[in-house]
Ligand binder design. Structure first.
Ligand code: SIN
Length: 312
């Protein structure tokens, strides 16, 4: 199935609306939870994110994030300072080396798209997987969006791993993949900065299957945006010699196969944005894809990215 087919088969917002159910297991949490698809995502209501989170709300939200992988909040008219404070409750924040950022809050990436700047977040990815210590989560607020178009899709990568055939799971055991910032971002930064960025962010190795540090779930952790190749793919050894081209193609086939798992609508949820909608997702457990169907309309978002831990 190619990406076009996957797109047309993704659940529509109306379908998400129909399948939305209140989650009975969350009744002790100090907010309401409505699941958005069987695989991933829940809408949280009954909270004002302008206020500092008390310990009970913080812990409950953290549990909800680990369980549903992406949380949606509507009508949250928060300031950039409140956005930063909310994200900081969950961990230290990074400053992105390539995206423009808010002038008073460098931790807020500005994703501003219009008729002269087309969005390019339409690749399945987990934010900053190219860092040695990738992100725990991202909190994205919609400032302006078109009436129609510019949705974002999230994908449950624990389900993607779980449903792999046993033989593929065995092949992936102990395999690492290389993640690199440069192939995608080198076009977004001045050539004069390339050498310094290359030095600051060398390619990094992460396990292809990581274990979520809070849920213990196994997660398929490669993505088409930043993963460049599989390290030390086991065919080309002294004892098990294969011709070079065969070895390379087999590695690329496996990686493409793994990338394609994110395109299955069964693992996805799709959000239709409105101004002041917030999405908070777990980069350790899901990928996302910003649909680029709205050009030349204006879509303006702000993102805070919480630093996580080394994948194991
Ligand atoms: C991102 O890739 O983090 C941005 C997603 C979006 O703009 O919807």
């Amino acid at each position: 199935m190619d990406r076009g087919q996957a797109f047309t088969q993704s659940a529509s917002n109306e379908a998400i609306q129909r399948t939305r159910t209140i989650d009975a297991t969350s009744e002790n949490w100090p907010f309401e939870v409505a699941r958005c698809s069987p695989a991933i995502g829940a809408e949280i209501s009954g909270l004002d994110l302008r206020q500092p989170l008390d310990d009970n709300i913080y812990k409950s939200l953290r549990s909800a994030l680990v369980r549903y992988k992406v949380l949606f909040f509507r009508d949250q008219d928060i300031t950039p300072a409140q956005h930063v404070a909310l994200a900081r409750r969950f961990g230290e924040l990074e400053v992105h080396p390539a995206f423009p950022h808010h002038e008073a809050h460098p931790e807020l990436v500005i994703i501003g798209r219009n008729d002269s700047k087309r969005g390019h977040e339409n690749l399945y990815h987990s934010d900053v997987s190219w860092r040695e210590i990738p992100s725990m989560g991202s909190i994205l607020r919609c400032v302006t969006c078109p009436d129609i178009g510019g949705d974002t899709i999230w994908i449950n990568m624990a389900a993607a791993y779980e449903n792999l055939p046993v033989e593929v799971k065995q092949t992936l055991e102990n395999l690492n993949a290389v993640h690199d910032f440069m192939p995608l971002f080198s076009i977004a930064v001045d050539e004069a900065r390339h050498a310094a960025l290359r030095k600051q962010f060398p390619p990094v190795l992460h396990p292809i299957v990581r274990t979520h540090p809070e849920s213990g779930e196994k997660i398929l952790f490669v993505n088409e945006a930043f993963t460049t190749h599989i390290d030390n793919f086991g065919m080309h050894t002294k004892d098990h010699y294969r011709f070079g081209f065969d070895f390379k193609l087999a590695e690329m086939d496996l990686l493409q196969y793994l990338f394609r798992q994110a395109q299955a609508p069964e693992y996805q949820v799709r959000l239709r944005w409105k101004p002041n909608t917030i999405a908070f997702w777990d980069n350790r457990a899901c990928q996302h894809y910003a649909v680029q169907d709205y050009y030349p309309a204006v879509r303006h978002m702000m993102r805070a990215t919480i630093i996580g831990d080394r994948p194991v």
